[in-house]
Design a protein around this ligand. Structure first.
Ligand code: ZN
Ligand code: FE
Length: 254
């Protein structure tokens, strides 16, 4: 089994160390900053061997070059955006695998937030690293993609098992949940989740990772098929990608 360490940095980013105890290789997912990564590695006696980038934004790649220089790290990133990933060594896309020792992650192309955005799925460890594509009760803004594209991307993640742990890159859960309640106030699973999220945040605890099954039940961006959401939006019976697009627009203006 992989060991996964969550590191909060900046105002609301999460980085993750992934350590394979068999090969003793260690990856960091989306290193925004260097110091917190170095400290987390040193306290465990781990050597950084890989950087796994999900997309090009600075708060996911900011420490690529510094870490590469310090540890001679191999950098893996999206082939569709290879020109914008500092120091990239291995470009991957849909259907490829990213390796940590002998452990392989399946790679999905999940464009929408950016043109080249990928997600890493470690099947046996039930761990999904999805960057800024899927958040707890939310999804990434569509900076470089269309609603249809993003809905297609999210549909790939929807097909993964409910027990999957969703390691997203930001702690946006509380504000996402407030919006979710505005479009689906009668969703009892959502109401219950919000109470837990509010309590966790009051205690200063992270709400990430979450289970994909819970996202399917409460995340409005995975629920354009919900009658209640369609009714709230005045879009009963509309195609799901259209409903998804309207949910995204309303969240942008919430
Ligand atoms: Zn981003
Ligand atoms: Fe981000």
């Amino acid at each position: 089994m992989l060991e996964i360490v969550q590191i909060p940095v900046l105002s609301d980013n999460y980085l993750y160390l992934i350590h394979d105890p068999v090969s003793e290789e260690t990856a960091v997912v989306d290193p925004a900053v260097e110091d917190a990564v170095v400290a987390a590695l040193e306290s465990r006696g781990w050597q950084l061997t890989h950087i796994f980038n999900t997309h090009h934004h600075w708060d996911h790649t900011g420490a690529n070059l510094a870490l590469k220089e310090r540890y001679q790290t191999t950098i893996v990133g999206p082939s569709a955006d290879r020109d914008r990933i500092p120091g990239i060594d291995i470009a991957v896309g849909e259907g490829d695998k990213a390796y940590l020792g002998d452990v392989a992650a399946n790679v999905f192309d999940v464009p929408g937030h950016t043109r080249g955005h990928i997600a890493y799925h470690f099947v046996d460890d039930r761990a999904l690293f999805c960057g800024d594509t899927l958040f707890a009760m939310g999804c990434g803004r569509l900076f470089e993609g269309t609603p249809d594209q993003m809905w297609q991307s999210l549909s790939k993640l929807l097909a993964l098992p409910d027990e999957t742990d969703v390691y997203c890159a930001h702690e946006y859960t509380l504000s996402n949940g407030k919006f979710a309640l505005s479009v689906e106030p009668e969703n009892l699973a959502l109401v219950a989740r919000m109470a837990e999220v509010e309590a966790a945040r009051k205690r200063g605890e992270p709400t990430v990772p979450s289970k994909l099954g819970l996202e399917k039940a409460t995340n409005p961006f995975l629920r354009p098929m919900s009658d209640e959401i369609q009714e709230t939006l005045g879009m009963l019976g509309a195609p799901w990608p259209k409903v998804f697009g309207e949910i995204r627009t309303r969240k942008d203006n919430f």
